[in-house]
Design a binder for this molecule. Structure first.
Ligand code: PLP
Length: 352
């Protein structure tokens, strides 16, 4: 019998959002507006060339990202989604005998990728649906190698402000890499949620993660990246699975970066809908934190699964975290209305 590492045997697999033909999909925080027009054109063009390996160094994509962020390309590493980049960062600094700290509940890839890297996950409970930075700082030891700060936090939708993030980063010892995961940056109010790349990007122990999966609408093509100190990035690049970012993904990401106006327009439609969904849910009597992302969090506790099943039975797929809450992605206006109608019938039913 082959020997499987025990932490892996105990590990729970990633639970992807469900898909069903004809259903309304509000489970995976995807952009509901489809491919950006320029991306669709570029992808349709790319039927030739795919029999060859992609550019492993993704040079043109790095160049485009560097221009977009006003940094040098040697500060950027790409991967097949920022999930792969999370794994790369872990493999760069953590491993057996070390610890990785993150708030919990947060992005479910953190415990999985930490365990796969061989390090010990140290989840720190949220406080009022917000990452408790004081408790996270208190959980740092000599063995800690990396701390994830997810801002805004998935799935609770809450954000950490600049003063709190700055105080936390200032407190971090030099041996701890702070990974600020900004997957939902484009949906956050820039006056309320700090841009860690702008504020802390020049620190040797801070890395900022971004993705093309959310506001750029490329979840199916898998591209993400991190920005950090060149010395660290040089090592992070070594941990990437060779050629993991396909030629199609690289070209689509370059095209997407060229459509900032449309990206911003779509994000603002989502933000408007997020305000409407939040307002309507509160009017119906639901209690929920204000969201800074493209989803809302309904902390329904023991009712979470039944609520999600009620919506599923009526063709709307949400993401339940049993006994904790339900995450609802903001979709097209009519999709959000369909969800709100179900939230209303649930209210009426459970009030009986
Ligand atoms: C969706 C998400 C990502 C992005 O994942 P990809 O691998 O880029 O698709 C990263 N972090 C968080 C917190 C997310 O919710």
């Amino acid at each position: 019998m082959v020997h499987v590492r025990p932490p892996l045997v105990r590990l729970q697999s990633y639970v992807p959002g469900r898909k069903a033909p004809g259903a309304t999909l509000l489970a995976s925080n995807e952009c509901p507006y489809g491919l950006l027009p320029g991306v669709a054109a570029r992808v349709a063009d790319m039927t030739t060339g795919l029999s060859r390996y992609p550019d492993m160094g993704a040079a043109r994509l790095l160049e485009a990202l560097a221009t977009h962020h006003g940094v040098t390309p040697d500060r950027i590493a790409v991967g097949a989604g920022s999930s792969e980049v999370c794994g790369q960062l872990l493999h760069t600094v953590a491993g057996p005998g070390t610890e990785v700290v993150y708030g919990w509940r947060s992005f479910e890839a953190y415990p999985i990728l930490t365990t796969v890297a061989g390090a010990a996950p140290i989840p720190v409970p949220l406080r009022d649906h917000v990452q408790d930075l004081d408790a996270m700082a208190a959980a740092i030891t000599e063995l800690t190698r990396l701390v994830f700060v997810c801002n805004p936090n998935n799935p609770t939708s809450t954000a950490i402000d600049e003063a709190a993030l700055r105080a936390f980063i200032d407190r971090m010892p030099d041996h701890v890499l702070v990974v600020v995961d900004e997957a939902y940056r484009e949906y956050a109010d820039p006056s309320a949620v700090p841009d860690a790349l702008e504020l802390f990007g020049d620190r040797p122990n801070v890395v900022v993660l971004r993705t093309f999966s959310k506001a750029y609408g490329l979840a199916g093509l898998r591209v993400g990246y991190c920005v950090g100190a060149p010395e660290l990035i040089e090592q992070v690049r070594k941990t990437q699975t060779p050629f993991s970012v396909s030629a199609l993904a690289q070209e689509a990401a370059i095209a997407a970066l060229g459509e900032q106006e449309e990206v911003a327009r779509r994000a603002s439609l989502t933000i408007t809908e997020r305000h409407r969904v939040t307002r309507e849910l509160r009017r119906l009597g639901y209690v929920l934190p204000g969201s800074h992302a493209n989803f809302v969090w309904l902390p329904l506790g023991e009712d979470s699964t039944a609520f999600t099943d009620h919506c599923l039975d009526n063709g709307v797929i949400l993401r339940a975290f049993p006994t904790e809450g339900v995450r609802i992605t903001i979709g097209l206006p009519e999709e959000n209305s369909a969800f709100l109608a179900l939230a209303e019938t649930w209210r009426a039913r459970t009030a009986e």
